[in-house]
Design a protein around this ligand. Sequence first.
Ligand code: COA
Length: 378
Amino acid sequence: MSDTQPEIRKGLVGVVADVSAVSKVMPETNSLTYRGYAVQDLAEQCSFEEVAYLLWNGELPTAAQLAEFRREEAGNRAISPALHQVIKAFPHDAHPMDAIRTAVSFMGLEDPEAADTSEPATRRKAMRLLAKIPTAIAAAHRAAKGQEPVAPDPGLGFAENFFHVVLGKVPQPEVVKAFDVSLILYAEHGFNASTFTARTVTSTGADLHGAVTAAIAALKGPLHGGANEAVMHMLAEIGDPAKAAAWLQGRFDHKALVMGFGHRVYKHGDSRVPTMTKYAEKMAEVVGDRRWMEMSRILATEMVEKKNIHPNLDFPAGPAYHLMGFDIPLFTPIFVASRITGWAAHVIEQAADNRLIRPLSNYTGVAQRTVPALTERS
Ligand code: COA
């Protein structure tokens, strides 16, 4: 080993890979801003559509701009008969993240501007993806349950329509607001694994559908987006608040991960958690089922006291989605329906000032050798 070995940052920990004007993650204050606005303020004061506009355009929309954005989104929700056929052919036990990944890839085949990677075309494609992803998620979910798809309703807002296409009904406004808040909180988060994947694909000159397909593949993993599903499975396994502390001790004894806790960047808490917890608590009141939030409270208190590891957004989002009436396998696809906004903003930013992303590795394999003839190999 020479003294000139490069420093290796496993997992790219602490590596600043580029500049970005989309969002700012501030671990020192556990806070997050989108285009300069605190995410918790956006969640309380804006709709998801306003936040999508903000991420893509840098400023919040005027009333007229918002009306036009909503009109375009609502008008692009239908998916093609061919995609409906493809979705019907998916194995019924396919994971919904694999289903939406495949559906987005198929949308790329059909998109009228598929090969056009110019910024105006990418923006139009992003709008089509934002509008169509919920339709495809819902169609795949319903097909897996033997149900017919529900046609999107252009008269409904984005969050209302999501309930409509998945469940066939729109719940009361408090539930829609809680869901909208979750979409805002999930929309964007700096150079996380799926966003960095999207930027890497974009850096090769590939198109938006390719970048988003790859990003969905990255988001599925339980160390990333899949954690919101894992949290609900964990709560269901515990089953009773009285068992939460003993269950957690068992995880400590086995040095096992507790899903929904810890974060690569935030080490002292995640600013999205109090807002999501507040709305998850509201869902518990609306539904009249306090069990999940009570269990969550015990787990969070013990994790912070005993391990100093704080909950991340997936921790309150898991039970919130369950209380809203969504099946667990839909939780990470919901994350996709939201994060398409952040991914597209980063794809546009990467393409506007691109350099191929291509890091180096330090070779640790066998030393160079000659190829033996076939007869000389044992
Ligand atoms: N449960 C138990 N221990 C945890 C933990 C968790 N959820 N998260 C971190 N730790 C422990 C690690 O085991 C490690 O302990 P050690 O120093 O004794 O080895 C220590 O805390 C530091 O964690 P580290 O592995 O350096 O964090 P990371 O930055 O590599 O990983 C995550 C971040 C998100 C991958 C990790 O916290 C995790 O796997 N969390 C659970 C999955 C999850 O909720 N993901 C959603 C992220 S938004």
